[in-house]
Design a protein around this ligand. Structure first.
Ligand SMILES: C[S@@+](CC[C@H](N)C(=O)[O-])C[C@H]1O[C@@H](n2cnc3c(N)ncnc32)[C@H](O)[C@@H]1O
Length: 238
C-alpha cells in the first residue's frame, strides 16, 4: 500500500493549485462530478438539520440543497471561496449560515456541531486524509453522518499502474490518483465509534464512490442505506 506522507501533498501546494483552478473550476469539473454531488446531497438531506460542506470550493453544490438544510462551508482556497460567496449572493441562499477559509484538518467548530459533514471530491486532496476524517467525527453530532464522494484507487491491474504513474503530476494539480478504499476501512476500524453504512460506485467510470459513515450514539435504527448485498466491498474488515 502506498502511504503518502504529509510532505508529498502539502497545504501550500493544494491551496495554490485550487487558487489557480478557481476561475475555470466549474467549467472543467461542473458536469463531470454532478451525479456524485447529487447523490451526496440526497444523502445529506435525508439527515437534514445543520450541514457542514468541507472543501465547498466554488459553492457549486450549495443551490441544490433543500432550503430546510442549514449550510456552513469551509475551504482552504480563498479564490475558490470567493466564487462560493458570489454564488450565495447570486442565488440568494439564505440557508447558508457562513463560508470560511479554514483547513479541514483543524476545524474551528465546537464538538458535535453538525448533523452531517459532506466532503465531495475533497478527502484525497487533503494533505492528511485520516486526520481530516478525525476532525469530521469530532464536529459531528452522535448519530450524524459523514458523507463523502471520493476517488477510490484501483486495487490491481492496468488502472492501478496508470494511477501510480500519474500520481506525481496529479499532486501538482492538487489531488491524489491512487487512494485505496483500504485507507478508509483501516481508518474506521482504528477510530471506533464510526460505522460504514454505504459505498456506492459513482461516475465517471465508477472511479469515484459515495461513502457514508454513521457516528454512533444517535437513534440510527431507521438510517437508510443500500441493502448489504449490493455493496459487499463496503464492509469494514475486522
Ligand atoms: C476537487 S475540489 C471539490 C470542490 C467541490 N466540493 C466540488 O464538489 O466540486 C477540492 C476542494 O477541496 C479544497 N481543499 C483541499 N484541501 C483542503 C483542506 N485541507 N481544507 C479545506 N479545503 C480543502 C480545495 O481548495 C478545493 O476547493
Amino acid at each position: 500500500m502506498v502511504n503518502l506522507s504529509h510532505a508529498e501533498l502539502d497545504k501550500q501546494t493544494v491551496t495554490k493549485a485550487y487558487d489557480r483552478w478557481a476561475p475555470v473550476y466549474d467549467l472543467v469539473f461542473g458536469a463531470v462530478f454532478e451525479r456524485g454531488r447529487d447523490a451526496a446531497i440526497a444523502a445529506a438531506e435525508r439527515v437534514g438539520g445543520r450541514i457542514l460542506e468541507v472543501g465547498v470550493g466554488t459553492g457549486i453544490a450549495l443551490p441544490h440543497y433543500s432550503k430546510n438544510c442549514r449550510l456552513c462551508g469551509i475551504d482552504i482556497s480563498e479564490q475558490m471561496l470567493r466564487k462560493a460567496h458570489e454564488r450565495v449572493a447570486e442565488f440568494g441562499l439564505s440557508n447558508v449560515e457562513g463560508l470560511w477559509v479554514m483547513d479541514a484538518e483543524h476545524l474551528s467548530f465546537p464538538d458535535a456541531s453538525f448533523d452531517a459533514v459532506v466532503a465531495q471530491y475533497v478527502v484525497t486532496t487533503a494533505p492528511n486524509p485520516e486526520a481530516t476524517l478525525d476532525e469530521f467525527v469530532r464536529v459531528l453530532k452522535p448519530g450524524g453522518e459523514i458523507i463523502l464522494v471520493s476517488r477510490v484507487g484501483a486495487e490491481a491491474g492496468l488502472r492501478r499502474a496508470l494511477e501510480h504513474w500519474f500520481a506525481p503530476a496529479a499532486r501538482k494539480l492538487g489531488w491524489r490518483t491512487e487512494f485505496s478504499f483500504e485507507r478508509y476501512a483501516n481508518w474506521a476500524e482504528r477510530t471506533g465509534g464510526v460505522r460504514l453504512i454505504e459505498r456506492r460506485a459513482m461516475p465517471p467510470l465508477g472511479h469515484f464512490s459515495l461513502i457514508r459513515f454513521a457516528k454512533e450514539g444517535g437513534t440510527d435504527a431507521a438510517r437508510p442505506g443500500l441493502p448489504e448485498e449490493t455493496y459487499p466491498a463496503a464492509r469494514v474488515a475486522h
